[in-house]
Unconditional design. Structure first.
Length: 365
């Protein structure tokens, strides 16, 4: 705890708050800074970071939650597999994500066989223990979790487990950032880059967004002083008219990331176009299994289409994911949509923007 306490020092936080206030005043205009990590969104809410910032420094939450950006049609495909008698293995935060008409939790209530796993290795153990059953792991996530999830294929090869496959909905962060910057409806002056993802892909992955025509990219950790230092770094670049990659989380993030994780990803996966809830299809923003491993691709193995699906028209999760609107703009927020009865995925996930606002930012009635 002594190490962590150093990143939560109140006096240091106050000093940073004053510095940020001065930089904001010197900037003389609004600065829209998008954090692209659900853990950042939660930490910003938990520590009241928004309340410490000057009025012209605005933090907006981006597509930093892999559960939230998974389209309803993916849930529909998973439910269709379960209704065929396939055993689904999934992380628990997927259970309540709404599909077009129901959720995995509803499906399990109807008798479908859905097992919650706390690690990808549990899915392999499940498949090995039930050789007469097909087991499909719901393989979603950003670069942070892609490597351990895709290691299931390596495990299946070693154990000759032919009854395990992956229904993939992997997402790559850099192409999403490019798509957001190109969207004329969204103003983004800088990115507070995701720490966990950056530990895998490396700080150099953001260099295409730097330089002339780019925006400041600051990689920050999750403690309050990490985040305040990151915001100070963003404002410093904006004042200088710079667009650089500033790796302030060097105690974890290296320029080239995690070589072993990247090698694992490159071995089994190849980039493909991918659909993001609320954003649409982004070129080369996903991963699918390479052809030599297609036998482990559940969509191909079971000829199950993964389509876009439909969403509740009153839910504005799509706009929240893009940073266009705030959860408070939604008529459902904290009324009919709560963590106990989530209508949209941004309220379901522990890293969802709506869940963060519900927990930390609601105005007491």
């Amino acid at each position: 705890m002594k190490y962590i306490d150093g990143f939560r020092n109140p006096a240091a936080a106050e000093a940073l708050r004053r510095q940020i206030a001065g930089l904001g005043e010197a900037l003389g205009r609004e600065a829209a800074v998008m954090e692209v990590c659900g853990s950042h969104t939660m930490a910003i809410g938990r520590y009241g970071i928004r309340d410490l910032l000057p009025a012209n420094v605005r933090l907006i939450s981006g597509p930093g939650c892999p559960v939230c950006v998974t389209e309803a049609g993916y849930i529909d495909a998973a439910i269709a597999l379960a209704r065929r008698g396939v055993i689904l293995a999934t992380f628990g935060d997927m259970m309540a994500v709404p599909g077009s008409a129901s959720s995995l939790s509803d499906c399990r209530g109807d008798g479908c066989r859905i097992e919650i796993c706390y690690s990808p290795a549990a899915a392999l153990k499940l498949a090995l223990g039930k050789p007469g059953n097909e087991v499909v792991f719901l393989a979603i996530g950003f670069e942070t979790t892609i490597a351990p999830v895709v290691s299931l294929v390596d495990g299946a090869l070693r154990h000759k487990a032919k009854n395990l496959s992956l229904l993939t909905a992997f997402k790559r962060i850099p192409p999403a950032l490019a798509a957001l910057l190109a969207d004329p409806e969204i103003r983004i002056d800088a990115f507070l880059c995701p720490a966990h993802v950056s530990a895998v892909i490396g700080a150099a992955a953001y260099e295409p967004f730097s330089g002339r025509g780019g925006v400041p990219c600051v990689i920050a950790g999750f403690e309050p002083l990490d985040i305040l230092l990151g915001i100070r770094g963003v404002l410093d670049q904006l004042l200088r008219g710079a667009a650089e990659v500033d790796n302030q989380y060097s105690r974890v993030v290296r320029p080239k990331g995690n070589p072993k994780a990247r090698e694992q990803i490159d071995r089994f996966l190849e980039p493909v176009d991918a659909a993001w809830r609320g954003i649409g299809t982004i070129p080369a923003s996903g991963y699918s299994l390479r052809e030599p491993y297609a036998v482990y691709d559940a969509a191909k193995k079971f000829a199950i289409p993964v389509e876009s699906g439909t969403t509740n028209p009153a839910c504005i999760c799509g706009d929240v994911i893009k940073g266009k609107r705030s959860p408070a703009d939604c008529a459902l927020f904290a009324e009919s949509c709560t963590p106990d009865h989530a209508i949209g995925p941004c309220m379901v996930s522990a890293e969802g923007t709506c869940a963060a606002y519900y927990k930390y930012s609601r105005v007491a009635s």
